[in-house]
Design a protein around this ligand. Structure first.
Ligand SMILES: Nc1ncnc2c1ncn2[C@@H]1O[C@H](COP(=O)(O)OP(=O)(O)OP(=O)(O)O)[C@@H](O)[C@H]1O
Ligand SMILES: [Mg+2]
Length: 358
């Protein structure tokens, strides 16, 4: 197990700044998710960690070892950083069998053949791919190839594994299976895992903590699933993490008003917006608004769609259509609504953010 530390790391491709003064600490034995929009610098961060590219400033530690320091001119080469990596693009060598792929990193570590075979087969067992040892990658599904790549990462390092999740390759079910396996591996070996992903929901489930990056290559919020979901730091995080509704509100001296189907209605809370001269919006998730006939905030159901485990509604609220979702439990608790029906709405959880210029 090894902790990982980025201190004040910056990197540019040419004159394009990708990462700027980034600091991040991953604890020993932790699964740290790094998520963010495409092109924000996730893979760049991994390449810096692995030593394929060199930061302009700062330092990087793996465990107690300083693998890079710009000032002290330390730069340990990739092969000595002891990281198991699963790359985003080319997970496995196409011309080598599954077993040969997994053995590959061991060949550099002078080891007798029998021992190499044992270690490689053991890693394949851990990802449930031992029966495919003599297959070529082209004979495997994308998800199976990914498992082989994980087995190869496992033999490279028991300390630190970095996974740059492929965007394609894995369908939802396989991805979920993979995540379960990663969790199992982490539990049995205790490896520190840095997990790059595009799937916020799955990452929230898998990771101990998440670092959410923005398009400028900064970490906007670092926290566990509770922090990210219940205390999103700003509008960017709120929007990034799930389906979001935004409705204009008007701040008056006596409170906050919402633009509902029946005109401006005062929200039943005492929250005062920070700067009443600015335009604000109320933000809430589809599950965080419920039907309540007593509520003065009225909307009109535009569509109602039953999706099996949830019911999805689009509801007209002033000049906006909002999305509301009911779980089976919500249906029992608050009742269903029909298309065209007027409904009262209550917000069980809500946030206020400054309105963004269109
Ligand atoms: N070799 C390179 N030369 C120049 N620019 C590059 C190079 N590699 C990446 N970039 C640029 O650096 C930025 C960050 O790329 P990076 O691959 O780190 O993004 P990412 O967050 O991994 O995206 P994705 O989610 O699509 O994998 C992008 O704007 C990209 O175009
Ligand atoms: Mg990438």
């Amino acid at each position: 197990m090894a902790k990982v530390q980025f201190n004040d790391v910056s990197f540019s491709y040419g004159d394009k700044k990708i990462i700027q003064n980034l600091s991040l600490e991953v604890n020993d034995g932790e699964i740290m998710g790094v998520i963010g929009p495409s092109g924000c610098g996730k893979t760049t961060l991994i390449r810096l960690l692995c030593g394929f590219i060199k930061p302009e400033t700062g330092s990087i530690f793996i465990g107690e070892t300083c693998v890079f320091d710009a000032k002290k001119r330390i730069n340990i080469p990739p092969e000595r950083r002891n990281i198991g990596v699963v790359f985003q693009d080319y997970a496995v060598w196409p011309h080598l069998t599954v077993l040969e792929n997994v053995k590959y990193p061991l060949k550099k570590k002078r080891m007798d053949k029998k021992q190499m075979q044992e270690i490689a087969m053991n890693a394949l067992k851990q990802v449930q791919m031992e029966t495919y040892a003599n297959h070529l990658p082209s004979q495997l599904s994308g998800g199976q190839q990914q498992r082989v790549a994980i087995a190869r990462a496992l033999v490279s390092s028991k300390e630190l594994i970095v996974l740059d999740e492929p965007i394609t390759n894995l369908d939802l079910k396989l991805r979920q299976e993979m995540l379960k396996e990663i969790r199992e591996i982490q539990k049995t070996i205790g490896t520190t895992i840095v997990y790059i992903s595009h799937d916020q929901e799955a990452s929230l489930e898998l990771c101990d903590r998440l670092a959410i990056m923005d398009q400028q290559g900064n970490i906007r919020q670092l926290g566990n699933d509770y922090d990210i979901v219940m205390k999103p730091k700003d509008r960017y995080i709120f929007e990034f993490v799930g389906i979001s509704n935004f409705v204009d509100v008007v701040a008056k001296e006596d409170g906050v008003y919402i633009n509902a189907q029946n005109g401006l209605v005062k929200l039943d809370d005492k929250s005062v917006l920070e700067n009443p001269t600015k335009a604000y919006q109320l933000a809430f998730r589809p599950m965080d608004a419920v039907f309540d006939n007593e509520s003065p905030i009225k909307g009109k159901v535009v569509t109602e769609t039953f999706l099996g485990n949830i019911t999805n509604y689009f509801i007209q609220l002033g000049d906006k259509q909002i999305r509301l979702q009911q779980s089976a439990l919500d249906v029992m608790k608050y009742g269903k609504a029909k298309e065209g029906q007027e409904v009262g709405l209550k917000f069980v959880r809500k946030f206020y953010y400054e309105k963004e210029e269109a």
